[in-house]
Design a binder for this molecule. Structure first.
Ligand SMILES: Cc1cc2nc3c(=O)[nH]c(=O)nc-3n(C[C@H](O)[C@H](O)[C@H](O)COP(=O)(O)OP(=O)(O)OC[C@H]3O[C@@H](n4cnc5c(N)ncnc54)[C@H](O)[C@@H]3O)c2cc1C
Length: 343
């Protein structure tokens, strides 16, 4: 019989993040359908509150590795904590969220416990008694289904792939797993985070709308001039009013990286596409972007796609957008902002 370990780190403040709750939803569902044992393993500075919050998830044991040295992500200490949790749980299957913190260490953990790992997993189901997963290959262009006999098998579940676990909190008795944290594990010091101020934070994964700015915003317009300050004002005004998340095309973020005149608030983190991100939002609006294939690869999880382009023959027109407005994005967005101000 399989033993499934739900493995998670706490976020700043001690709670579990949404991706972790999604991984728990998948782990709880799979353990139920398989009739498998579910174990929860948590690591972080102090995991007690997080454990109480998932008390009714069906786990038979709640394992913890906690301490000040686990407050911040650091390869050596995180890998030691995860290894200890996998060993103590005697898990055959480990399900964790594909967060940057987990994905940095889990391949190494798989090596240490003589296990195997699959990343970018989107689902794990019971296929006639065998666990079958679905996962992406080649930047989310190919979806594969597979089973493995090797155990332990570590699965990193992509955020947004499963409904988050919900249930009542309760009281949990933690099983503390001791990990000796020698000085050599603490050679890396986390000095803090550098993040833009909240009002400049343009990447909002939970937003209803993804607004994408393409290189057209920086091109000469019908008066023969470039209108960068207008473009910046229109886009930032729209983001402030709509609370949309900001994506961009490779062409545009490359321009800012190469110090060409571009929109100052964009970085490579905003890039959507084959070599960029594949965000998940119910709706997307692309502006001044041609809609070339490597760019639209990143749109596969966007529910409803709309685009504004002057060119009726742009890539979006060839079946990639649900609605294409053949129009000047400067004019359209200025009217949209006007309407948002009035509403
Ligand atoms: C291996 C590889 C990987 C790649 N990966 C990615 C990736 O991950 N993401 C990505 O984005 N790209 C990627 N690319 C690049 C991609 O192919 C395109 O070159 C890029 O996305 C084009 O960006 P763009 O549409 O912003 O600019 P452009 O192609 O320059 O298009 C600008 C558009 O703006 C329109 N426009 C101009 N003014 C206005 C106006 N006033 N109103 C409305 N429309 C206007 C024009 O009609 C034009 O269609 C990749 C390319 C390769 C070869």
């Amino acid at each position: 019989m399989e033993t499934i370990l739900f493995l998670a780190h706490t976020e700043a403040g001690g709670a579990l993040g949404k991706p972790a709750l999604e991984a728990l939803g998948a782990a709880a569902e799979l353990s139920q359908t398989l009739g498998a044992t579910l174990v929860a393993g948590l690591y972080g500075a102090d995991v007690q509150c997080a454990a109480h919050s998932i008390a009714t998830c069906g786990a038979t044991r709640f394992l913890a590795v906690q301490g000040a040295e686990l407050e911040y992500p650091r390869y050596a200490t995180d890998a030691a904590a995860c290894e200890a949790l996998v060993r103590a749980s005697e898990a055959t299957i480990v399900i964790a969220a594909n967060t940057s913190r987990n994905s940095r260490v889990m391949a190494g953990v798989a090596q240490r416990v003589d296990g195997c790992i699959d990343t970018h997993v989107t689902g794990a189901v019971d296929a006639s008694g065998a666990v079958q997963i679905s996962r992406w290959f080649y930047r989310q262009r190919i979806e594969g289904s597979l089973t493995r006999e090797h155990r332990p098998w570590i699965l990193l579940l992509d955020p947004g792939s499963h409904a988050p676990w919900t249930g009542d909190a309760g009281t949990v008795q933690l099983e503390q797993i001791e990990v000796s944290v020698s000085e050599s594990l603490k050679r890396t010091t986390v000095k803090g985070f550098v993040t833009p101020p909240a009002d400049q934070q343009t990447i909002r994964p939970d937003a209803n709308l993804l607004f994408v700015a393409g290189a057209g915003w920086t091109k000469k317009q019908k008066d023969g001039q470039v209108h960068l300050p207008d473009a910046e004002r229109l886009i930032l005004d729209f983001l402030r009013k709509s609370k949309a998340s900001l994506g961009s095309s490779k062409s545009l973020v490359d321009m800012s990286g190469e110090n060409q005149a571009s929109l100052g608030f964009l970085s490579h983190l905003n890039q959507v596409g084959q070599t960029g991100a594949s965000p998940r939002h119910p709706k997307g609006l692309s502006t001044c972007c041609h809609g070339e294939e490597p760019h639209t690869v990143g749109w596969r999880f966007i529910g409803e796609r709309r685009a504004i382009n002057l060119d009726p023959n742009c890539g979006w027109a060839r079946g990639k957008a649900d609605v294409l407005y053949v129009a000047d994005a400067f004019e359209v967005m200025s009217q949209v902002n006007q309407l948002l101000s009035e509403s």
